[in-house]
Write a protein that binds this ligand. Structure first.
Ligand code: GLY
Length: 343
């Protein structure tokens, strides 16, 4: 295959960029060492909260808001092209304060409505005695559905997604990338390259040499089944813990933040901390059924995501840490702009 664009990494960032490129008429090859989204994206909670997570300097906030605004059309186009759901839906998000200092911070927050404990309880009967705030903007996708839909849309459009084989090294010359050496010794080549290598970016010396260094930060999730009469619909976000109901009765309780290298195993301690935190977050959920637990590796990068041209014919989009799902449409928009400059 003589690809116009070779995308290294089949997570939400790589697939979203590949999808946009395909919509612009490019012949795309995606290389994914495992299965689509298996590294991080399929283990994410899928909350779209431009005002809650991240570093929140002005640029990053504007970027998150841009992506949030792109989402409805992005999800709708991917669903139409794949004939599969993405789980996109608008919802409310309640921020819950456990301590007076946090309540005071929520009272001063510009982008939500502050609620005293009685007012919060009137809207969320299962909550304890906490004050909180209701955010204006919140939505969700189901990451497993989104990944499946993106992969299906790409394949239907003629893209190749090669799975199960890692890129071992990058061959580069004065003009840029000349080829990708795969773990079995074979070579992949294309006109342009996009590295969406997430938490694994630092494992390729080529990327390291261009300042693309990410660190894996493990996040564990416990999945619950809401057994109540009126299943929870809205996100509840405390400090370092959240409940994300995914439609129907499935609820994700997340997520730990641990530096454990590339160890993706959930631990008893992680589950213990999440379940202990549930008591202060939303006591009604203590009666939910426990279903599953898993962990994923967030791609942390000091300074935030890097979306940049790194060579004559290569762009990187990596380091989205807690916000890869949210930032995928805006990242694809920016990355395609950079790839367009390559011509
Ligand atoms: N964005 C949710 C998390 O990183 O846990």
């Amino acid at each position: 295959m003589n690809a116009d664009l070779v995308v290294v990494g089949g997570g939400v960032i790589g697939l979203s960029c590949a999808w946009r490129a395909q919509r612009q008429g490019m012949q795309v090859l995606v290389l994914e060492a495992r299965g689509p989204g298996e590294g991080t994206s399929r283990r994410a909670a899928g909350m779209l909260l431009p005002d809650v997570e991240g570093e929140h300097d002005a640029d990053e906030r504007a970027f998150g808001r841009r992506s949030y605004e792109l989402y409805p059309a992005f999800a709708q186009e991917v669903e139409a092209a794949s004939d599969l759901p993405t789980g996109y839906r608008g919802c409310r998000c309640y921020l819950v304060a456990h301590v007076p200092e946090r309540a005071e911070a929520l009272r001063r927050m510009e982008w939500g409505e502050f609620l005293l404990p009685a007012a919060l309880k009137a809207q969320l009967p299962g909550i304890g005695q906490s004050a909180g705030a209701r955010l204006g903007d919140a939505a969700q996708v189901e990451p497993r559905q989104l990944i499946a839909a993106l992969a299906a849309a790409l394949r239907k459009g003629g893209a190749a997604i090669e799975t199960g084989l890692a890129v071992e090294s990058v061959q580069a010359g004065p003009q840029g990338v000349e080829g990708l050496r795969m773990a079995d010794g074979s070579l992949r080549q294309g006109r342009r390259y996009l590295f969406a290598t997430g938490a694994w970016s630092g494992t390729l010396p080529y990327l390291q040499g261009r300042g693309v260094v990410t660190e894996p930060v493990r996040g564990e999730i416990v999945t619950l089944e809401d057994t109540g009469d009126e299943p929870l619909q809205d996100i509840i976000f405390g400090q370092g813990i959240y409940l994300a109901p995914k439609g129907g009765r499935r609820v994700y309780l997340g997520a730990t933040e641990e530096r454990a290298g590339f160890d993706e195993r959930p631990t008893a301690e992680g589950c213990l901390n999440l379940l202990a935190g549930l008591k202060g977050l939303y006591p009604a959920a203590l009666r939910f059924e426990v279903r599953e637990t898993w962990a994923g590796l967030r791609p942390f990068r000091a300074g935030g995501p890097m979306i940049a041209r790194i060579d004559g014919n290569a762009v990187v989009a990596a380091g989205h840490h807690r916000n890869g799902i949210l930032l995928a449409p805006a990242t694809a928009e920016r990355a395609l702009g950079l790839l367009g400059e390559i011509g």
